[in-house]
Design a binder for this molecule. Sequence first.
Ligand code: PHE
Length: 450
Amino acid sequence: MSDEKRSSFTGKLGFVLAAAGSAVGLGNIWRFPYLAAKYGGGIFLLTYLVLAVTFGFALMTAEIAIGRKTGLSAIGAFKKLNKKFTFVGWLAAIVPMIILPYYSVIGGWVLKYLYAFASGSAVAAAQDSYFGGFISQTGEPIFWFVLFILITAIVVIGGVEKGIEKVSKVMMPVLAVLAVIIAIYSVCLPGAMEGVKYYFIPNFSAFSVTTVLAAMGQLFYSMSLAMGIMITYGSYMKKDVSLESSVSQIEIFDTGIAFVAGLMIIPAVFAFTGAAPEKAGPSLMFVTLPKVFESMPGGTIIGILFFLLVLFAALTSSISLMETVVSIVCDKFKVKRIPACLIVFFGSVAIGLLSTLGYGPWAGVTVLGMQFLDFFDFISNSVLMPIVALLTCIFVGYFIKPQAIIDEVELAGKFKKKALFVGVIKYFAPICIVLILVSSVLSAFGLFTM
Ligand code: PHE
């Protein structure tokens, strides 16, 4: 990155909020609820929580410490610590390149819904066929997708990070409060109690390898792990800020919002359909929430506010994704910031088109039985990120050794969960990831059913 970028966050609050701004996004509000609905509700929630306090904690600590120790972003950081591991930095760097295009497609859907609510089409948006009708078109979803990524690019070109940080400090808490209000309303809908039970009471018979795989992929995605982002953020962190408590706060914030988002959507699905959302997929938020808003007094206003805040959460995340990709392009191809932004913009539009068209006119084209968007999601979350996470664990556990991370953490106080950290990084995480990766790849090729 250019020199002016290698600034540092002013203090702990600045760091925590910036990291949380990247972490809290569509992953929490759109992705978490549909995965929870799909993978058995309570059992998914439990699996996710267990992974968050073990895996999530250890990996995030390791990544931030690697960044702070080296003062570099992913590629440079791995290279500096051990030349042979430079490729891990590269692998991590590919992940945001894959995520950014399809993330922007969904960001476009959010824009469309914001527009629908603001232009008085709230009732139409609550119809079952509205979402399907929208994404199966050709031009409209492309329009909203390009608009979303254009906004992202303009912000990244302008580099108005300060502005974004300031706005985040206001918008993020507002989003949290609004989500809690909508969740309370959802839970009180007639028939919603079944959904609350489904969400809270784990049904152990629904547990399988897929549950763990899905929860783990979601964890990486939601916490912006295994893609070099936390390494970069760590490189901006001051040495006297407590790393351990920062990690806990980011996790609580990120998991808290995801948890409330589930509570906002899942009970409502039961209230409106009377059953578990069997075929829950990427459309869940867009189909269920408009119905909640429609039945709510003042629903149109709440709907506008809600989609505005989701849009904002999505933008802060897509900006951090694009920023990462742009900085790699700048470094690698020795181009300036603006040409790099243009390359990334056009490249992402081209790749993102596959995802939009894949839900529309190209619905018949599938990769490994998945639509393009789901395929990109699968490749990044279920294949690349676990590989990067595994290599990071091996790197820390057996090459630079956990002590290197512990020393970095202890620059600001005692590392309380030291034993947990070492156990997870050296044994628990690598073994789990290998098992899960093998089964996920086999199942994608139809060689193994989970
Ligand atoms: N963590 C973000 C979310 O939950 C997505 C994201 C991933 C953002 C990677 C930045 C980098 O939506």
